[in-house]
Write a protein that binds this ligand. Structure first.
Ligand code: SF4
Length: 454
């Protein structure tokens, strides 16, 4: 029987529940990971009656708070996310009897499923155990009467993810070349607002609508004024939080642009399909419920269908390079890492490095947080093998941890960039790269020829 303590309600195991009354009265604080996508997701939550505050704070005090409340041998993303949430609740900016915390739970085998317990422990140590923590997961891990991910909501969140990937992908291809400073960011913000308004009216969600709006988005970005010779393209891969979160990677994308590079950041959609596909692989490798495999397969095909729509939209504008498809990634990694390697980013991390090499990027930053064993295996651990097969590849593993200084991280990346530039052929005539006259940039992936050898 659930028990109650005044206004607070607990489940049988003593977990504080987020109730329906709390949904009406409380503000939920959530960490940020991908700036564009999470802004859209926040607004989707708000459409469904939740009050959300997304935390974008970024300073050393967050790490110190994290270290005060989380053991220092825990994964660096846990230290950052929990440090940021605890710092916010103790900031005096919120009524601590009227807030809850949102955190994702992957449901997989690595520690990402346990951040929620570390967060509750940190709240108890801070004397703030009355604050409910709400798990966002697709595995039915923890249920709360006042929070649920309904099918219509999931549809909007999936749309936010795929549109967010498109906006990030196009923004990164425009920003290094924009003739009006800030125009690419403004375009991404404009479309974020448009899309959220559309979602609120139940539009922009069908495959046909997505195709239409994505084509419009690509056309709008293609119209932005761009100039200059092609810059060194630098891929960013790694553990999901430090790969995307400006707080986790010390604003890596901005740093690369400031260094005269074009960042190439594979999107969240592949990670989501990877996670769904893992359910299928589980049954194939270890047996299990055929129904679970069937349901996961249907969901995977739905998201892959949306991904194809996104790729087609980018292809419709010859001045942009499209992203790869999940099926190609899965094919690329054959012979490198088995599909059973699925903790953390698992085989997807190796596959993304292969994809970037096949796309011809100049260099790759593999962002590795402290404490992340799975990604050290599939990321740093695979670099030697990739160099053997692709001698021209230029990959640097960069460690992100509480003791690593930003200057050290940036120096390692700068060294990699100087190697890229030494190895790169002389840039083509700058005039050729002007918007509208730029040749189509072929991003197609050649699966069959490692290192250019067939
Ligand atoms: S992926 Fe790595 S950093 Fe993230 S929870 Fe798992 S072990 Fe920790």
């Amino acid at each position: 029987m659930p028990r109650s303590d005044g206004a607070l309600k607990y489940d049988r195991g003593g977990r504080l529940l987020f109730t329906r009354r709390m949904k009406r009265e409380y503000t939920l604080l959530m960490p940020q990971m991908l700036p564009i996508t999470f802004t859209m997701m926040k607004k989707v939550f708000e459409t469904y009656g939740y009050r959300i505050d997304m935390l974008t704070s970024s300073h050393r005090g967050i790490v110190d708070t994290g270290l005060r409340y989380v053991h220092n041998d825990t994964c660096y993303p846990a230290i950052l996310v929990i440090g940021q949430l605890i710092e916010a609740v103790k900031s005096g900016n919120y009524d601590t009897d009227k807030i809850g915390l949102l955190i994702t739970q992957t449901g997989g085998g690595c520690r990402a499923s346990n951040y929620i317990h570390l967060l509750r422990k940190a709240l108890r140590r801070a004397g703030l155990q009355q604050i409910p923590v709400v798990s966002v997961n697709l595995s039915g891990l923890e249920r709360n009467p006042g929070f649920s991910l309904t099918l219509p909501m999931l549809r909007r969140l999936a749309a936010a993810m795929i549109y967010g990937d498109l906006l990030m992908w196009l923004r990164n291809q425009c920003k290094p070349y924009e003739t009006t400073a800030g125009a690419s960011d403004m375009m991404a913000e404009h479309w974020t607002d448009v899309l959220v308004t559309l979602f609120g009216r139940g539009r922009g969600l069908s495959k046909r609508d997505i195709a239409r709006y994505m084509a419009d988005i690509a056309a709008d970005f293609a119209r932005l004024g761009r100039s200059g010779a092609p810059k060194t393209r630098v891929g960013v891969v790694g553990e999901i939080y430090v790969k995307y979160a400006p707080l986790g990677n010390n604003n890596l994308e901005d740093f690369l642009i400031a260094e005269g590079c074009e960042p190439v950041v594979p999107g969240l959609t592949d990670f989501m399909i990877f996670k769904i596909n893992n359910r299928v692989v589980d049954v194939e490798l270890y047996r299990g419920s055929a129904l679970k495999k069937l349901a996961a397969g249907v969901f995977q095909r739905y998201i892959e269908g949306l991904q194809r729509v996104m790729i087609d939209a980018v292809r419709s504008q010859p001045s942009f390079r499209p992203m790869g498809a999940f099926a190609d990634l899965k094919e690329l990694v054959k012979g490198y890492v088995g599909y059973g390697n699925k903790m953390g980013e698992g085989w997807l991390l190796t596959a993304e490095m292969l994809e970037l090499i096949h796309m011809g990027v100049g260099g790759i930053v593999c962002a590795q947080p402290f404490g992340c064993l799975p990604n050290h295996v599939a990321g740093k651990g695979m670099i030697r093998k990739l160099k053997d097969d692709y001698p021209h590849s230029n990959i640097v593993a960069v460690d992100y941890d509480p003791g690593a200084t930003r200057i050290n991280q940036e120096n390692r990346i700068k060294l990699m960039l100087s190697n890229c530039r030494r190895a790169a052929p002389p840039p083509p005539d700058a005039a050729e790269a002007e918007t509208g006259t730029a040749p189509q940039r072929d991003n197609s992936i050649n699966i069959a020829s490692p290192g250019g050898r067939s």
